[in-house]
Design a protein around this ligand. Structure first.
Ligand code: ADP
Ligand code: MG
Length: 210
């Protein structure tokens, strides 16, 4: 099944020439799709169009078979994992992961169930009471992914999630993200990078941008 479909998608910022022109792409259910290309070629733009953080200039975007061009980011059923982890420093790991669900008025029991499940998948159960400052970079990255997992999205969107990590941790976390993806039942992953090794090791499908 197709999870995300782009038809004749174009994007221009203001009066500038288009950054993306007539993009056609299908991303399958549970597929790991990597956008690969040099800095400035439009990878983040393409990901942000899917997330709904930017509006498309032309074309049709579907997620789970539904047209989402006019749908708000929060209602698209996708979750973005940002490069800067943007964790709340005064909140525990548990509360950081739970935050979006509290805003969405999910019940406390359901929040506890989902946070504990995400913590189990990410192997951060012993860190739930800590504050972000007491975590390593890799652990913070996992908390950021935990926030996305608890929303139970149809797709995870990663924008260069490893670029703030040192080389050793980058390699480890890359392997973890690959394993994590395999544990998702149906969710797709869309992953932006300029690193060919990351692309080759993670991807079911590589989309090259110039
Ligand atoms: P990448 O993620 O591949 O490095 P981006 O999608 O961030 O590339 O950017 C693609 C092009 O679009 C660049 O030339 C960039 O300067 C331009 N661009 C990105 N965001 C904006 C914006 N908000 N306003 C105007 N131009 C932008
Ligand atoms: Mg980018």
């Amino acid at each position: 099944m197709t999870a995300i479909s782009l038809r004749s998608i174009s994007k221009a910022y203001g009066e500038h020439p288009p950054v993306l022109r007539d993009v056609n792409l299908d991303i399958g259910e549970h597929e790991f799709c990597v956008f690969l290309g040099p800095s400035g070629c439009g990878k983040s733009t393409l990901l942000r169009l899917i997330a709904g953080l930017e509006d498309v200039s032309a074309g049709e975007l579907k997620i789970g078979g539904q047209r989402v061009n006019e749908v708000q980011p929060a209602a698209r059923g996708v979750a973005m994992v940002f490069q800067s982890y943007a964790l709340f420093p005064h909140m525990s790991v548990f509360e950081n992961i739970a935050f979006g669900l509290r805003i969405a008025k999910v019940s406390s029991d359901e929040i506890r169930r989902r946070v504990n499940e995400a913590a189990r998948v990410l192997q951060i159960e012993s860190l739930l009471e800590r504050k972000p400052r007491a975590l390593s970079g890799g652990q913070r990255q996992r908390v950021a992914i935990g926030r996305a997992i608890v929303r139970e999205p149809k797709a995870f969107l990663f924008d260069e999630p490893l670029s703030n990590l040192d080389a050793t941790l980058r390699a480890q976390t890359r392997i973890e993200i690959g394993r994590l993806h395999k544990r998702f039942d149906q969710a797709s992953s869309v992953y932006v990078t300029h690193d060919q090794v990351e692309a080759m090791t993670l991807a079911d499908k590589i989309v090259l941008l110039r």
